[in-house]
Design a protein around this ligand. Structure first.
Ligand code: SAM
Length: 248
């Protein structure tokens, strides 16, 4: 696993800080142990965890490196920034980003209390400081002043279709910040459908970025959305409304 991570991160233009690869291996061990008693991931082969969870999550840092938002050797575009991971599940992409960029101020949000309790233990075991684990529905938490428009970045993977995802995530982002939607290369139709929603939420979709997941033989897509103006106060709506009538 160490070799896969070291080679993969290097291929992605990411220089991990000292000890980060060992910490990722420890995280994988905790994940696979807990997965025997709690449904955390369908991927049980450690090498595939390294590729499909860890290297895939790291693509958010690689996006910054590829777009001139940080240097390969010293800092990443998330250095000293705040990020909320919406629907984090077992901590993807948030926990991986925190391990690779320790100065990140990270908030993990999930509606499943058991996963959040486990993530609290993981952060303690891995000595990750500056991580908040919040058990909440994203569309409700986004209306609280402590969380609304407070983040430099939001990220989300495998949670909802693009228009709904933007409604869940963009309200958290400050003007000038970014929401990064982690999607498949088949996401063009849902992204096209979400253009109106993004505008209403105060965002603008930037050029999407297709990246190979090192060693996995797969290409995934990152869709960056820049926050240009505040999200109207009535958004996000309840999950029932988001699902029934996506913003257009
Ligand atoms: N992001 C992780 C990953 O890529 O492995 C987990 C993906 S999992 C398929 C979706 C997660 O989103 C679940 O843990 C679920 O509880 C959470 N979720 C779904 N809707 C949510 C909502 N409205 N607010 C907060 N969490 C939500």
């Amino acid at each position: 696993m160490k070799d896969i991570l070291a080679q993969g991160l290097s291929d992605m233009g990411i220089a991990p800080p000292p000890g980060a690869i060992d910490t990722l291996c420890q995280y994988a061990q905790l994940l696979l142990e807990q997965n025997q008693v709690m449904n955390l991931t369908a991927i049980t082969d450690p090498q595939q965890v390294a590729r499909l969870h860890f290297l895939d999550s790291a693509a958010i840092l690689a996006w910054g490196a590829a777009h001139g938002k940080g240097q390969k050797t010293s800092s990443t575009w998330l250095a000293g920034k705040s990020l909320v991971d919406v629907g984090t599940g077992a901590g993807f992409p948030g926990v991986v980003l925190k391990i690779l960029e320790p100065s990140l101020s990270l908030t993990l949000v999930d509606s499943l209390g058991k996963r959040i309790l486990w993530l609290e233990k993981v952060c303690e075991a891995l000595s990750l400081d500056g991580v908040r684990c919040i058990h909440a529905r994203a569309e409700e938490l986004a209306h609280t002043p402590e969380f609304r428009a407070r983040f430099d970045a939001a990220a989300s993977r495998a949670v909802a279709a693009f228009p709904a995802l933007c409604e869940l995530c963009l309200p958290y982002v400050k003007s000038g910040g970014f929401f990064l939607a982690m999607k498949s290369v088949e996401s063009s139709p849902e992204v096209a459908e979400g253009q109106g929603a993004v505008k209403r939420l105060g965002g603008m979709v930037l050029e999407s970025w297709d990246y190979p997941v090192p060693g996995a033989g797969l290409t995934h897509r990152l869709i960056p959305v820049e926050k240009r103006s505040p999200t109207p106060g009535d958004l996000p709506r309840s999950w029932g409304k988001i699902k029934k009538a996506p913003l257009v």
